[in-house]
Design a protein around this ligand. Sequence first.
Ligand SMILES: *[C@@H]1O[C@H](CO)[C@@H](O)[C@H](O)[C@H]1NC(C)=O
Ligand SMILES: *[C@@H]1O[C@H](CO)[C@@H](O)[C@H](O)[C@H]1NC(C)=O
Ligand SMILES: *[C@@H]1O[C@H](CO)[C@@H](O)[C@H](O)[C@H]1NC(C)=O
Ligand SMILES: *[C@@H]1O[C@H](CO)[C@@H](O)[C@H](O)[C@H]1NC(C)=O
Ligand SMILES: *[C@@H]1O[C@H](CO)[C@@H](O)[C@H](O)[C@H]1NC(C)=O
Ligand SMILES: *[C@@H]1O[C@H](CO)[C@@H](O)[C@H](O)[C@H]1NC(C)=O
Ligand SMILES: *[C@@H]1O[C@H](CO)[C@@H](O)[C@H](O)[C@H]1NC(C)=O
Ligand SMILES: [Fe+2]
Length: 552
Amino acid sequence: MASSSLPSISLPVNVFELNNILSLVLTLTITSILLANGAMAMAIPTTLDGPFKPVTIPLDESFRGNAIDLPDTDPRVQRTVEGFEPEQISVSLSSAHDSVWISWITGEFQIGNNLKPLDPKSVVSVVRYGTRRSQLNRKATGRSLVYSQLYPFLGLQNYTSGIIHHVRLTGLKPDTLYHYQCGDPSIPAMSGTYCFRTMPDSSSTSYPSRIAIVGDVGLTYNTTSTVSHMISNRPDLILLVGDVTYANLYLTNGTGSDCYACSFANSPIHETYQPRWDYWGRYMQPVLSKVPIMVVEGNHEYEEQAENRTFVAYTSRFAFPSKESGSLSKFYYSFNAGDQYKWLEEDLANVEREVTPWLVATWHAPWYSTYKAHYREAECMRVAMEDLLYKYGVDVVFNGHVHAYERSNRVYNYTLDPCGPVHITVGDGGNREKMAVPHADEPGNCPEPSTTPDKILGGGKFCGFNFTSGPASGKFCWDRQPDYSAFRESSFGHGILEVKNETHALWTWHRNQDFYEAAGDQIYIVRQPDLCPVQPETYRLNKPKPQKAKRR
Ligand SMILES: *[C@@H]1O[C@H](CO)[C@@H](O)[C@H](O)[C@H]1NC(C)=O
Ligand SMILES: *[C@@H]1O[C@H](CO)[C@@H](O)[C@H](O)[C@H]1NC(C)=O
Ligand SMILES: *[C@@H]1O[C@H](CO)[C@@H](O)[C@H](O)[C@H]1NC(C)=O
Ligand SMILES: *[C@@H]1O[C@H](CO)[C@@H](O)[C@H](O)[C@H]1NC(C)=O
Ligand SMILES: *[C@@H]1O[C@H](CO)[C@@H](O)[C@H](O)[C@H]1NC(C)=O
Ligand SMILES: *[C@@H]1O[C@H](CO)[C@@H](O)[C@H](O)[C@H]1NC(C)=O
Ligand SMILES: *[C@@H]1O[C@H](CO)[C@@H](O)[C@H](O)[C@H]1NC(C)=O
Ligand SMILES: [Fe+2]
């Protein structure tokens, strides 16, 4: 979990290992419902057809409205429960397929002055669950907490949350539907009955079939469009690659802005309006009470407050498989930068690639985005970590942060490389900040190199350099869309990753302005274990020569 004492050097990396599939039946059934079969599948390009000539889809001015936040009067963000009944119910994954977290909130938040935080012990945390709706015969208990967002400045309001509950269910069967109720049976205040499906067995049988991936979501009318498109694609798991609620675009008095930095220059600290988190939790409950979510932190989760505390809402509200799994987690983990390299190396070295062919890594700030916004902002992280991801054959990297869509060719150290990962930016969830449109390679758009490192995500260090070879040699930016960028488009949307077998994964990006099933970008990501060995020792000895970039 992010250390709240040293947030500036906290760099979460999450590695997902998708296991071998023996039974394709379920996957194929689902696929055929979603029209990605037959003739259409024939036309889908694969990474083996690459590297692709860079493509930029021109901005469609016609759909460029402002992204406007749902107001606090919207029924979907209002509290609809009474007393200590559960709200903001969500499911998230634990370290292994046989366990999940159920999280919810009871009691009302308070905002203003002289607040009396609720006593977290006053409401217990119980989940009753079972495989039959009529027979919730198992019971788990968990922990509860309250957090506060405090501002010791005249005129600013403090916030204290409702009681946040996290209960871990264990011993679950793989790929099984569970029904549950959560709450405090002694009050009594139990929720209605919800259900979720566990992930498939991670030992060898199958992959999670449909993983929705999106970042920088916020809570605008465009977010609601993204979410309804995502629901229509029936994900088994949602991966949120950072920047969740954008509560930090608001002052504590509830006044918001599309650009905090240019609006509230007189605030003594970067304020937040914490009720936006509650709004987000309420809006998302219909989805997240059913489909597990995994979250990566973004810069908007930083949220500094009194005593230099940061990331408090984020770490309090979401359950993470940190304690139970620590760095040993095979599914999700994050850690501080000092230990990051070592832990990642140990974890990657422990992956048995015969059983677990697919490695997907996610973090917030992209390395291979070509937009002007956040251009080469995480360069220090790239310099420190890229060789590790390459050496251990990470297949795909997902990032957010840049509010647009982009997919790279296979790339390593800015060089086209058939064994490098495909980097995909999906920071296009629809938040109220501006969509990213200008590219760093357009005239006048290349940022001054020293201004590029991100203070929060990059620790303020500068690791940038000018390219030493290729068309951009001697320069910090290309003067046309870089070779490593295969496809870029400024639209809101989300993506779905479907792992088909040990060599093929289908990636589909869906734009909000399209019909639900339409694909804005689609490609098979194909692994080549023979060309790109993933056993590190073998790999060092037989490092394949990168192929010459070929053009279509
Ligand atoms: C955002 O939503 C508004 C309607 O609420 C729409 O007019 C606009 O086109 C959307 N913007 C994008 C980029 O999809
Ligand atoms: C908010 O909390 C801080 C820290 O405890 C305190 O100094 C400040 O006076 C409080 N503000 C209000 C408005 O209650
Ligand atoms: C909130 O504070 C800002 C800055 O002091 C002020 O301009 C705005 O009018 C306030 N809004 C409300 C609803 O009080
Ligand atoms: C907060 O950070 C500031 C500046 O880095 C430092 O001077 C101060 O001592 C810190 N306060 C606490 C309570 O850690
Ligand atoms: C990456 O490229 C840079 C400059 O092109 C070079 O100095 C560096 O050694 C390369 N790093 C690796 C790990 O190959
Ligand atoms: C790097 O490239 C930028 C332009 O892209 C240029 O302004 C700068 O002088 C270059 N720096 C060095 C050290 O060559
Ligand atoms: C893997 O899946 C792809 C796409 O569905 C298919 O074309 C390919 O033949 C499959 N490979 C194996 C080894 O099953
Ligand atoms: Fe961000």
